[in-house]
Design a protein around this ligand. Structure first.
Ligand SMILES: Nc1ncnc2c1ncn2[C@@H]1O[C@H](COP(=O)(O)OP(=O)(O)O)[C@@H](O)[C@H]1O
Ligand SMILES: CC(C)(COP(=O)(O)O)[C@@H](O)C(=O)NCCC(=O)O
Ligand SMILES: [K+]
Length: 258
């Protein structure tokens, strides 16, 4: 039983092939492609893989991209299955006004984070920060109810917005500084602290609402950029979405014959 997990964001497709559709399964192979390069998968990174017996993915990049991914998967017989956010799944309750409108990447990452926390110790409130094309900041109470979350532009979008909206902001990437003294550093620091500041506010909201400090987890392709600038200790996790997909897969595929 091999399990292919796929996470398609607005910038890159991330994939991992696991030994089994269960939490804790070992990774046989993994990779990431920018969306422009999806067409290379079947003849490239996927060509030598053992055929997956199960697949589950989440995608927020739109239907055209989804079709291109499914086309690459024709290499194997495995059906493409995609998570849709629901009112509840794997111990999490979805507090969104319209649960299915919540980005499935956010939902799956929260499921991964919640189970990771429960494996480490007693249930606590939880903050899940995902730093990708956009940045999301989710709040979950100790009982596993998703209370709500923030969506912010990611580093790249913030910089592009400033570049296109001004005459004088076309500069290379800078460093994060407490007191930036050039345009590059001012832009990089501004974006980084905008995100760190929003996260800090959400932590305060959770402490106020839940009466105890949350566990804080961060993931996403640009998580490492944010980690040194956070106001509180954050556990940086390579890919919470894969953790969440394994949790969901173990429930969906458990009783199913191969
Ligand atoms: N090797 C890399 N190449 C390009 N961007 C990277 C790389 N590693 C991290 N990043 C950053 O990560 C962001 C994309 O992260 P990712 O998690 O793939 O986003 P998404 O899930 O939205 O596709 C980019 O905006 C970029 O800033
Ligand atoms: C917020 C997002 C754009 C994040 O996308 P990403 O940065 O992972 O590419 C995505 O989760 C999305 O399109 N969500 C739907 C709207 C919502 O969650 O409310
Ligand atoms: K993502």
């Amino acid at each position: 039983m091999t399990f292919l997990a796929i996470d398609v964001g607005n910038t890159r497709l991330k994939w991992a092939l696991f030994d089994a559709p269960h939490p804790g399964a070992s990774v046989r192979a993994h990779g990431a492609e920018f969306l422009d390069n999806i067409e290379r998968l079947a003849e490239g990174a996927w060509a030598g893989l053992p055929a997956p017996t199960h697949m589950l993915g989440c995608i927020v990049a739109g239907d055209a991209v989804k079709r291109r991914v499914v086309e690459q998967m024709e290499l194997w017989d495995v059906p493409a299955r995609w998570v849709v956010s629901s009112a509840q799944e794997a111990g999490l309750v979805n507090g969104y006004d319209h649960p299915s409108r919540l980005g499935s990447d956010r939902w799956v990452a929260m499921i991964g984070a919640r189970h990771r926390m429960l494996a480490q110790g007693p249930a606590r409130p939880l903050i899940v920060v995902m730093v990708g094309t956009a940045v999301t900041v989710e709040a979950i109470d100790a009982e596993g109810r998703f209370l709500g979350g923030l969506i912010l532009p990611g580093h790249g979008i913030m910089l592009r917005a400033l570049e296109t909206g001004t005459a004088g902001l076309h500069v290379p990437t800078g460093e994060v500084r407490l007191f930036p003294t050039n345009t590059s550093d001012a832009l990089t620091s501004g974006g980084t602290y905008a995100i760190a500041g929003a996260v800090e506010r959400m932590v305060q909201h959770v402490i106020q609402h839940c009466g105890e400090p949350p566990a804080c987890m961060m993931t996403g392709g640009a998580g490492w950029k944010m980690a040194p600038s956070m106001t509180r200790p954050f556990e940086l996790i390579e890919n919470l979405i894969f953790d969440g997909l394994l949790e969901i897969a173990s429930r969906r595929f458990a009783a199913q014959p191969v």
